[in-house]
Design a protein around this ligand. Sequence first.
Ligand SMILES: C[S@@+](CC[C@H](N)C(=O)[O-])C[C@H]1O[C@@H](n2cnc3c(N)ncnc32)[C@H](O)[C@@H]1O
Length: 203
Amino acid sequence: MMTTPDTRNDLSKKYALSAPHSEIVEAASRIAPGKALDLGCGNGRNSLWLNQRGFELTAWDKNPQSIATLNHIIEQESLSHISTEIKDLDSLRFNGQYQLVFSTVVMMFLQPDTIPQMIADMQASTVKNGYNLIVAAMDTADYPCTLPFPFTFKSGELSHYYRKWHIVKYNEEVGQLFKTDENGNRIQLRFATLLAQKAPTKN
Ligand SMILES: C[S@@+](CC[C@H](N)C(=O)[O-])C[C@H]1O[C@@H](n2cnc3c(N)ncnc32)[C@H](O)[C@@H]1O
């Protein structure tokens, strides 16, 4: 039988949002819908996509305009199980019981001192067998970060934080920023990409 792709829930197109991050799409294929926390949600491309697939979202960002855009979509579409709040991750402690806690392309904008406690809070806020997903810029010898980000990961640094978890996926592949260099070429950097499960396998 032929099936028609379901585009009814494709809010990205309707509201001209970027597509969800590819790592979110990949992670969602293995994670049963549950409570999820989006740290630095921007306009909510990832939160909206997950919400449309049955996840209950909490989405935070420090940019009031981004949260207003997301709230507008939530209101227009009468969405439920998605809540937003303006929050500055640089001055925040949090806890909770989430199936998935994620932060895509955000940590490089945070202060270095924020990162250890934020990751500790992410881990503590994750239920047993739940997941953390992080994608963040790096500064490495072969791809030095030329942008004035307050924080970048060094090689192996992010995976080390998750050494007691089951690391489902970890890589430090080269990716492109939308920003271009003086020659008009998109700036290339390594990104630490991690999907880890809070599995009780290691001490
Ligand atoms: C490149 S965008 C990524 C947005 C979203 N995670 C995504 O994948 O589409 C970076 C986001 O981090 C947010 N951000 C930067 N510093 C922050 C902070 N201190 N607290 C909360 N959000 C912050 C920005 O407002 C922006 O929405």
